[in-house]
Design a protein around this ligand. Sequence first.
Ligand SMILES: [Zn+2]
Length: 200
Amino acid sequence: MYKKRRLWVAAYLTEGFWLGMKSNQQSESLNSCLHLHLDGEMTLVDVILHYENAVVCICENEARDDYTASQSLPVPVTSSRELEIAASQVFTPANFYMLQDDLRKIGGMEIVEIKLGDGSQQYIMAWKNNRKSRFWVEYALVNSAETIRCSCRRMIRKGLPCKHIFHVLKYLNISEIPKCLVRVRFTKEARLGLAREAHK
Ligand SMILES: [Zn+2]
């Protein structure tokens, strides 16, 4: 079973939030960052100082990326112009360009069935050229707060909405990105607060 793990492990990771990363890519990335300029002669104090410097370096890179993102807005190129502009305002450029690619493709999908439930609607989606594989998107509006889920679970795994959700938003003439589709990034202050809570 262990040798064949590539065949079954993925099924156990569909509910996890991995930012789209696979295997130990996340820890390897952090390791490579911390291992830079690290050597066996260092004392424990040196290692702690090195760790702090590495974290400052990561924060500086993040701040530089935030600044660059705040100074530029991508040009809309798809037929879903309003959604595309709204997405460019709430997602980082790297995520936005991935979503822009998805927005280009939503014309190839269609809603094949709508099920009206108690306070929610379910939209069954399929590709126009392949009606066999279907996805469902559930949309609910409770106390002016929207909840949107898709059976492909991309929002859970990667923290980004999928083509199916975008198709339904366009169908419903929604031109803003609902708050439930935007992951809130922790600020530096919030991260420090969490660290303090963990030490208590
Ligand atoms: Zn989906």
